[in-house]
Ligand binder design. Structure first.
Ligand SMILES: C[S@@+](CC[C@H](N)C(=O)[O-])C[C@H]1O[C@@H](n2cnc3c(N)ncnc32)[C@H](O)[C@@H]1O
Length: 423
């Protein structure tokens, strides 16, 4: 457990210094190939739990630490220790002993005594400290205070549900490849394999418990894909038919690309600026037995990749704050800054503007984000519509909110959808 605590606290320190948790964990695995699967799972679990509860952890540290300028590596070690003591299953004395052992290796071991004292203090005052945390916005909701305030303003009725959903474990959902099987046939084979699940939407299935993909019947033969139920609205909204020329403008890792190609025989171009991520699109399509033309390029600069022939359909699943999927990436809440939104909005507006020119008159463009911030969604689309008299907003599918804003809940993640037609 010593090693898992050390690596988990290093991962948390890296996130608090501004790095992406998925990248940090991937790099740790490369550097330490000897780690067993159960150790990797434990590191991930400790890091995720600490970040999921970081508002409370930070509050507690504020009460227990005498000096606000504690070394970031020591602070991250204390954060993971507190998280394990509050929400973990390991024996408290083992957590404290191992944290002290990690501390002896940090910066000459100067903080060994302090780590021991702070964690033991936490154990003594745990209930009172966590109760006090419940009175503080950032700690209570485990989101930065500015994020809590923004949700209150944007969703006066639903802000508490949105913040609560962001702190829950996300559901694992599947999309059945209906070129291979009907949803209910696959549902029956999951149940026969002992996995409780329910159908949701034409091709969607939500599992009661997450499972590794190698346990899913037929996964490697392309019978199903892992995809959130909210993300499964995209392809049906575009209303594709055989022979259409379709652009999936920000396609990696290819979840929606695969879905579009399952629905119709398309002439599909998958574009992404990130060459490494495009390789994942290719391997996903290979697994599903589907084909697309994959191109590296910037969606905001069509001159670099476009042959000038307009598309019947365009999916613009643009880069965004990912605030609607924050529960899947426990680092997002602590990495984002309020001024990030202006930058995202500029990039999103440039893409929408450029892609509009690539759409045939009579064609449809679907603008999608996995964000719950109106600056990336409704405000943006409203601006676009005032600038483009040839753009008309179409209604969405039955069962979808009219606004297009799906808020995260027990069924799906948070997404925003706007379907535009070109007159
Ligand atoms: C939300 S993800 C897309 C998810 C994908 N549509 C799916 O369903 O699996 C956004 C993607 O946009 C890509 N991206 C970012 N900037 C881009 C740009 N300027 N042009 C094209 N793609 C870009 C990112 O590399 C990322 O893969």
């Amino acid at each position: 457990m010593f090693l898992t605590q050390r690596l988990a606290s290093e991962a948390v320190a890296a996130v608090l210094a501004g790095r992406n948790l998925t990248d940090v964990l991937a790099r740790q695995r490369q550097r330490s190939p000897e780690l067993e699967p159960r150790q990797r799972a434990a590191i991930q679990d400790i890091a995720y739990t600490t970040l999921r509860h970081y508002g409370e952890v930070d509050f507690v540290l504020g009460r227990l630490l005498k000096r606000p300028d504690t070394d970031p590596a020591v602070r991250a070690l204390l954060a993971t220790g507190i998280s394990q003591l509050a929400w973990g299953r390991s024996a408290p004395h083992a957590v404290v002993d191992h944290a002290v052992k990690v501390a002896t290796q940090l910066n000459g071991g100067y903080a060994k005594g302090m780590v021991n004292a702070v964690l033991r203090n936490f154990l003594r005052q745990k209930d009172a400290l966590l109760a006090a945390a419940g009175q503080d916005d950032k700690a209570r909701w485990n989101h930065p205070a500015w994020w809590v305030a923004a949700m209150r303003t944007a969703y006066p009725q639903d802000w508490q549900a949105v913040l609560t959903a962001n702190n829950l474990h996300p559901p694992m959902s599947l999309r059945v490849n209906r070129r291979q099987q009907q949803r209910d046939t696959y549902l029956a084979s999951l149940r026969a394999a002992g996995m409780a699940a329910e159908g949701d939407g034409e091709a969607g299935i939500r599992l009661q418990e997450p499972v590794p993909v190698d346990k899913l019947p037929g996964f490697f033969e392309g019978v199903c894909s892992v995809q959130d139920i909210g993300a499964q609205w995209a392809a049906p909204l575009l209303d594709v038919a055989d022979g259409m020329r379709v652009l999936d403008a920000c396609c990696a890792p290819g979840g929606k690309t695969g879905h579009l190609l399952e629905l119709a025989a398309l002439d599909l171009t998958g574009l992404d600026v990130d060459e490494a991520r495009l390789k994942r699109v290719q391997s996903n399509l290979d697994r599903l037995g589907l084909k697309a033309r994959l191109v590296v390029g910037d969606a905001a600069q069509p001159a670099g990749w476009w042959d000038g022939q307009q598309f019947d359909r365009i999916l613009a699943d643009v880069p965004c704050s990912a605030s609607g999927v924050a529960r899947r990436h426990a680092d997002i809440k602590w990495l984002r800054r309020p001024d990030d939104f202006a930058q995202f909005a500029t990039q999103q507006a440039a893409m929408l503007e450029a892609l509009w020119g690539c759409l045939k008159p009579g064609g449809k463009l679907l603008y999608v984000t996995c964000s719950v911030f109106p600056q990336e969604n409704e405000q943006h689309v409203a601006d676009f519509l005032t600038r483009h008299p040839d753009a008309r907003r179409l209604s969405l599918l039955p069962g979808m909110p009219e606004s297009g804003q799906l808020l995260p809940n027990e069924r799906h993640d948070g997404f925003f959808y706007t379907l535009l037609a070109k007159d």
